[in-house]
Design a protein around this ligand. Structure first.
Ligand code: NAD
Length: 697
């Protein structure tokens, strides 16, 4: 079928968009040109009394073809703006039939029509803000004219779609139609003709503003500044809506165009678009055919109902998958289940989950006391203590009891998956599923492939990530895998900065200004300092004496300051979560510098940022060159979803690309000379910088 099908039915020129899967408004494929040609033909055809724009398949249009972003115009091919300009001159009523995802350019096209109907189940919105841009085909000018300034602004700043019913209430949709879309929409268009409804150009309307316009925009800008710190698009959207209120349509459209061009070129927008594509890329496993068979996951089991196990089990219950939970003792099992119950109850009390849904989820969880009860589970995830002998014992037992074909997963954060798999007779079934704390909340799932993990087990795990609404990223075995190996270098460097002259509040301020919700020391205080202390004590005997070791964290722990939970860590808390810089900590750090033989110096914000960020980048480059991560964008995804890296910065590897690898390399080499040998640049960083390339191409 042609990309645009045009035929006259009962005096209605029906224009059908056929560009599966979502009818993206492609310029290059000629979809928009096809629409323009059809409307021109009908405009001159006396047999045609009205037009109907409709999507073939199940939706109207998901919006622009974002693979065409930033590409030069295609000669001889109409753009959405060309189509909309012509639509504004047409002398016959144009109707649009909304269904399924009707987003971005799709909605802008529909707003160029005079009348809109929709079927139930449509998602209608302008989500451009999520890619760091704004609706650039007059959406910022037409939507406020149709539904008022305040509501339009909210819709475009959040980017969240509304339902058919809500769109009807707001006036975006004139009529909700039932039954077969094509037939119902055609009837709607015929009714428009029969009732003699006028041409209703949104561009000719004025914007309704409730109350004082200046106050509305001042309040909106203040809200945006706090809620959308670092994101460039929302403020520009507010400016465009203000232009819609104050200026004639054509001037507003020109203003919107200018702001659009500015936004597209920002590094924030490039980063947000990178994040969008990176997430899709992360779902792909190199070298694994797309049609690799997956195993059915109808039931799950979790071993250990501590901090992680409970949250992991909740993910399965949330997805409607029954899950058994095995603990070491009935008391611990009860405790684990009551934490889960309390977690759900908190969500219910906030009104974000119904009591009925909570009961359903709790009913899917069964506490058990014997491995025999795990015999029929399709997947078993172990989340017991982080000790190799304990894990190996669990896997030996699982090997004996689990049914053939069951996936045996470990949630270890540091241990060697291959050594765990080696105690079983089925290493092909063993995989790491590394959840992040709190496991029921954090979106990231590092899927750790062992040397012998089967392709179907990997494919099943990637699919499972989607089922339980996580973002899966495939990684290989090494100490800390991708995320924690990098973050270790980041925290270590932050500690060195204290020794050399910085204070926690300065480092945190710099990283928070960069866009992290919390700097490294506030994060440490929140997570608790005792866990790291215990690990360091265990590692002390095997630590390389040549490696620089900062004692500051240990000294803080020795005072019983374990962070927020003890009311003090790198900061004091005084009964709240608000960190207060503590002179006692400053004195401790100054003394530690002295004892370590450091002469404290003024450290610039620039140096702090570079040293924290470029440690992530350099270790990330090593990880890439070792093949532990499949692609740079996977590392970015891990940081966006697991470590609170600001999305508008795209992830550490994208940040490096935007800064420029030669510049990053030069700084890294400088630190290697001035600070220490651990700054030796990764070979991949040197090679890509020399070739004039970036990590992401
Ligand atoms: P935890 O101490 O809170 O929970 C461990 C639970 O396992 C305890 O309830 C314990 O009773 C139970 N357990 C121990 N041995 C058992 C056995 N043989 N059979 C059944 N139950 C047993 O620990 P956690 O923080 O939940 O960590 C669990 C695992 O998850 C560790 O491997 C850890 O490295 C990993 N992990 C932790 C985090 C985190 O932030 N806490 C993040 C990612 C991964």
């Amino acid at each position: 079928m042609a990309i645009v099908d045009y035929r006259v039915q009962n005096h209605v020129g029906v224009i059908t968009l056929n560009n599966p899967p979502v009818n993206a408004l492609s310029v290059g494929k000629g979809l928009l040109q096809g629409i323009l040609d059809a409307i021109k033909e009908g405009e001159h055809d006396t047999a045609v009394k009205a037009f109907l724009l409709i999507g073939g398949g199940r939706n109207f249009s998901g919006g622009a073809d974002i693979t065409e972003f930033g590409k030069p115009p295609v000669p001889g091919m109409a753009t959405l703006r060309d189509v909309l300009s012509y639509m504004d001159t047409v002398t016959k009523p144009i109707c649009a039939a909304l269904a399924g995802p009707t987003m971005g350019g799709g909605l802008e096209l529909a707003l160029g029509a005079h009348w809109r109907c929709a079927v139930t189940g449509a998602q209608i919105g302008l989500p451009e803000v999520k890619l760091g841009i704004l609706p650039g085909a007059a959406g910022t000018q037409r939507l406020p004219r149709l539904i008022g300034a305040a509501t339009a602004l909210d819709m475009m700043v959040s980017g969240d779609p509304v339902s058919t019913e809500r769109a009807h209430e707001l006036g975006i949709v004139d009529e909700i139609v039932e039954g077969d879309l094509a037939a119902a929409a055609l009837k709607f268009a015929q009714r428009v003709v029969k009732e003699g409804r006028p041409i209703r150009r949104i561009s000719a309307m004025t914007v309704a503003v409730e109350g004082d316009a200046d106050a509305l925009f001042a309040e909106a800008r203040a809200r945006i500044a706090t809620q959308w710190r670092g994101y460039p698009a929302p403020l520009e959207i507010a400016a465009c809506v203000e232009a819609a209120v104050q200026q004639p349509f054509a001037k507003g459209v020109a203003f919107e165009r200018e702001r659009f061009e500015v936004l597209v070129a920002t590094s924030e927008s490039k980063s947000l678009r990178h994040a969008f594509f990176a997430e899709r890329a992360a779902a792909k496993v190199n070298g694994l055919p797309e049609d690799t068979p997956v195993r059915e996951i109808r039931s799950a089991a979790v071993i250990g109902a501590g901090t992680m196990g409970g949250g992991i089990a909740m993910n399965f219950a949330n997805a409607g998958i029954p899950v058994k939970i095995l603990e070491a003792s009935p008391e611990r099992l009860d405790k684990g289940l009551s934490v889960i119950r309390a977690n759900y109850a908190a969500t219910v009390s906030k009104g974000r989950l119904s009591q009925e849904a909570m009961d359903k989820r709790m009913a899917l969880m069964t506490g058990v006391s014997s491995y025999d009860d795990l015999r029929d589970a399709d997947i078993i995830i172990e989340a017991v203590f982080e000790e190799m002998p304990v894990k190996q014992e669990v896997f030996r037992t699982l090997d004996a009891v689990a049914k053939p074909g069951a996936i045996l997963a470990t949630n270890t954060s540091t241990l060697d998956i291959d050594a765990i798999a080696a105690v079983t007779a089925r290493p092909q079934d063993v995989i790491g599923l590394h959840f992040f704390s709190p496991a029921n909340v954090m979106k990231l799932l590092e899927i750790v492939r062992g040397a012998k993990t089967g392709g179907d087990v990997i494919a099943t795990s990637m699919k499972l990530a989607k089922t339980i609404r996580k973002v899966g990223a495939l990684v290989g075995v090494c100490d800390g895998f991708v995320g924690n190996r990098m973050v270790h270098a980041y925290f270590r460097e932050a500690g060195y900065l204290l020794e050399e002259g910085a204070l926690p509040q300065q480092v945190d301020r710099v990283m928070e200004a960069f866009g992290f919700a919390m700097g490294p020391f506030r994060v440490s205080d929140l997570a608790g300092l005792d866990i790291g202390w215990a690990i360091r004590k265990r590692q002390a005997a095997t630590r390389d004496p040549a490696e620089r070791y900062s004692r500051i964290a240990d000294l803080i722990c020795e005072q019983g300051r374990f962070g927020q939970k003890t009311g003090a860590g790198y900061y004091r808390y005084e009964g709240s979560r608000k960190p207060v810089p503590d002179p006692a900590i400053e004195a401790l750090i100054v003394q530690a510098s002295k004892d370590g033989g450091f002469t404290r110096r003024e450290i610039s914000d620039q140096e702090i940022l570079e040293r924290c960020l470029y440690q992530l980048v350099n270790v990330g480059a090593q990880i890439l060159e070792e093949g532990i991560a499949q692609r740079a964008s996977d590392i970015d995804i891990i940081y966006l979803y697991g470590y609170g890296y600001p999305r508008y910065r795209g992830g550490p590897m994208m940040s490096a690309d935007l800064i420029g690898l030669p510049k990053v390399l030069e700084a890294v080499k400088g630190y290697e000379q001035r600070v220490g040998q651990w700054w030796k640049p990764a070979a991949l960083l040197e090679r890509l910088a020399a070739e004039g390339k970036g990590f992401n191409g």
